[in-house]
Ligand binder design. Structure first.
Ligand code: ZN
Ligand code: ZN
Length: 352
């Protein structure tokens, strides 16, 4: 904060709060906000009914519960005090941000990401271990899926079963479960629907959630019956692009890549095979307390790769009206290369 010229930091809902305090706030119309000033005094302003959920680590921060009839924005304003340059969490409700701004027009406001992103982008050993455990659980489920029946069932029905299996494997929650069959596969963020899966459909299965507070996210490809020749041909290109991007990322120490260069590497392979215009999204995203966080493997993100970073590598090829395909693993950068946290079978899986 001092280096960035910031006098006070205010973080509300979102993952910056649990990163700093271990407490994830309820997303609600009642304000929860941590105020940290330049002297290192930290206070959580929290609705009284939610205060019992907070367990301060030692004396790291004080808890200031507010009653239903109190003015929580006023309490935050007092704690911010004479600070003139204040960083505010990017996921704070605008209602509170606007009220804080209106309180004292002499203050200037900046995005708390200026302070937080640099901390959160490099994971500690404990965070990596939580990410690894979450990945191991979804890998187990991804391999169990081979035994599941797809054809004749709706996407929703299959998604429900995968969700249940993921909870049974150790997740506390499943945040998304994309089951995109046939033409639906061409929509990368398709929501599982009541479409009945047919014999011959390719199915994108992309799912993840929270375990020990950290996220999982993996994608594998299934075909109900026999894949078509054009699908197999494209899948071979996708496998090559995925594997090559992981190897390329792993050479970071010799070459010193940026996030955008890893994206460009995979894009070059897919483009050379003639599918360039069908790879319609970035190669990957950071992962941690949030499912999507920095760095982003996309043109323009010049973040230098360094040990402790965790991100997805997930190339895809999409043919509108016909099919889509994607392979996704989470990798963690270490001193010598990268470790793939996801290791379930990456072959095209033939299911019933
Ligand atoms: Zn995913
Ligand atoms: Zn992802």
């Amino acid at each position: 904060m001092s280096a960035a010229g910031i006098d006070a930091l205010c973080v509300s809902v979102g993952s910056d709060l649990p990163y700093l305090t271990g407490y994830r706030a309820h997303i609600s119309e009642r304000l929860t906000m941590l105020v940290l000033d330049g002297d290192g005094t930290a206070t959580i302003v929290i609705p009284k009914l939610e205060a019992p959920r907070v367990q301060p680590r030692g004396r790291a921060f004080a808890v200031h519960p507010w009653e239903e009839t109190d003015d929580p924005v006023g309490i935050v304003g007092q704690l911010v005090g004479r600070a003139t340059r204040v960083a505010i969490g990017s996921q704070t409700w605008s209602r509170f941000a606007l009220a804080l701004q209106a309180q004292d027009r002499r203050r200037s406001w900046v995005d708390a990401e200026d302070v937080m992103a640099g901390l959160r982008i490099v994971k500690s050993a404990g965070e990596i271990s939580a990410l690894r455990n979450a990945a191991t659980s979804v890998d187990r489920v991804a391999d169990e899926i081979n035994e599941m029946r797809f054809s004749g069932r709706t996407e929703l029905d299959v998604a429900r079963e995968i969700t249940d299996r993921t909870i049974a494997a150790g997740h506390q929650s499943v945040e998304f479960c994309i089951v995109a069959s046939g033409p639906n596969g061409a929509s990368p963020h398709h929501t599982a629907s009541d479409r009945v899966i047919e014999v011959g459909d390719a199915i994108v299965v992309d799912f993840g959630g929270y375990q020990e507070g950290y996220c999982s996210d993996t994608t594998r490809m299934f075909v109900a019956g026999e894949p078509t020749a054009d699908f197999k041909e494209a899948y071979a290109v996708l496998r090559e692009a995925h594997a090559s991007a992981v190897t390329f990322a792993g050479n970071w120490r010799e070459v010193g890549h940026t996030a955008s260069q890893i994206d460009a590497h995979a894009r070059q392979i897919i483009g050379a095979a003639g599918y360039g215009d069908r790879f319609i999204h970035r190669l990957g995203h950071g992962i941690g307390l949030d499912g999507h966080e920095r760095p982003y493997l996309v043109d323009g993100d010049d973040t230098l790769i360094e040990p402790g970073m965790a991100f997805s590598i997930e190339p895809g090829i999409y043919t509108p009206g016909e099919w889509g395909m994607r392979i996704e693993d989470i990798v963690v950068v270490n001193d010598t290369g990268v470790e793939s946290l996801n290791n379930s079978d990456r072959n095209l899986r033939v299911v019933s």
